[in-house]
Ligand binder design. Structure first.
Ligand SMILES: [Zn+2]
Length: 338
């Protein structure tokens, strides 16, 4: 349990009602010699029932989910809840303060840090607290991501399948309740140090989502993600009155084929997120920034599928993925492959 984790939670997570507080993380460096790092956490608790966890800011420069989680806290009352809702809008708080994907304190990518280490750097300690304290309390949850400053994603749920068929089905059911236009499915063994498979290893159904990106706050993605999160919470039995309408159908995609930039330059894309593309179709044109005399290079889509992500900035480096293409599939074949 939590004895060996240096985080102290300022809240009693069993207290009834609606409370906001912090996970106080002790860390000693040039800026934190005598203080704590206050990672925000909130709980809305209304008697017996399931517990759900909604998180965002796992990567610090992803803001759509942070807005959704904060809105949940400010709009929901205990009367809206059966059981308990735990909210964490800025999981890697030091990274969020720095407006970066990873922590400035230790370079830690929280979503590559599970199950964490109570004796490690701040990122590993936060991961360990989630893994050892919060996941075992939960009956389900969602971690809201976006593309951050460097990428733009199609609005989609991310589902990790588990070796346990029942757990995989529970994850898929949450994604269908979330009802994003697309649901990306992979096996948890391919994302072993991520948050979702870590929760799944505790037997806790958990999914994540990608909601736009670019380092700003995409209004459409926030609306879609907020409605989806409320449907998911209603599905888990934690939210009493979820959205009345049924979730929109989602299209399942899997696998990644990437087109890497062959040189540094300015990329002018010719394809959109969510677009169905075919191999060989023009993906865009890359212009060298150093060599004006170098002819612009037309680049082509590497595979048939759906464009799930593109870089956000125009300037790209050699090796930057200029598009990520996933293959469309169906629910039955995904679950049959467990
Ligand atoms: Zn992320």
């Amino acid at each position: 349990m939590s004895e060996s984790n240096p985080i102290t939670c300022s809240l009693d997570l069993n207290a009834q009602g609606k409370h906001a507080g912090t996970l106080d993380l002790v860390h000693s460096d040039n800026q934190h010699a005598i203080g704590v790092i206050p990672v925000p956490i909130a709980v809305i608790n209304n008697g017996p029932g399931p517990t759900a966890l909604v998180t965002a800011g796992n990567h610090g420069d992803e803001y759509e989910g942070q807005v959704i989680v904060r809105d949940l806290f400010h709009t929901l009352t205990p009367d809206d809840i059966t059981g308990r809702l735990i909210l964490m809008p800025a999981l890697n708080y030091p990274a969020m303060l720095d407006n970066h994907r990873v922590s400035p304190l230790d370079g830690g990518n929280l979503n590559r840090s599970f199950p964490g280490d109570p004796a490690g750097g701040p990122t590993a300690v936060i991961a360990h607290y989630l893994d050892s304290v919060l996941f075992p309390l939960c009956d389900g949850g969602i971690d809201l991501h976006s593309g951050g400053r460097q990428a733009q994603f199609v609005n989609c749920a991310f589902v990790c399948l588990a070796d346990d068929a029942e757990l995989s089905a529970a994850n898929m059911a949450m994604a269908e309740a979330f009802g994003a236009p697309f649901t990306y499915v992979m096996h948890g063994r391919d994302a072993g140090s991520g948050l979702d498979p870590a929760a799944n290893r505790q037997g806790t159904p958990f999914i994540s989502a990608e909601l736009a990106g670019g380092g700003g706050v995409d209004r459409h993605a926030v609306e879609l993600g907020a409605a989806g999160t409320r449907r998911l919470l209603a599905h888990l039995g934690v939210l009493r009155n979820g959205p009345a309408e049924a979730p929109p159908d989602t299209r399942f995609v899997t696998g990644i084929e990437a087109l890497a930039a062959p040189f540094s330059g300015i990329f002018a894309p010719a394809i959109e997120r969510g677009e169905c593309v075919t191999a060989g179709q023009i993906a865009g044109t890359l212009y060298s920034v150093e060599e004006l005399e170098r002819a612009p290079q037309v680049l082509h889509v590497p595979a048939d599928g759906v464009v799930i992500a593109r870089p956000a900035p125009a300037r790209v480096r050699r090796g930057t993925h200029l598009c990520l293409i996933s293959r469309e599939t169906d629910r039955a074949s995904l679950l049959g492959g467990i």
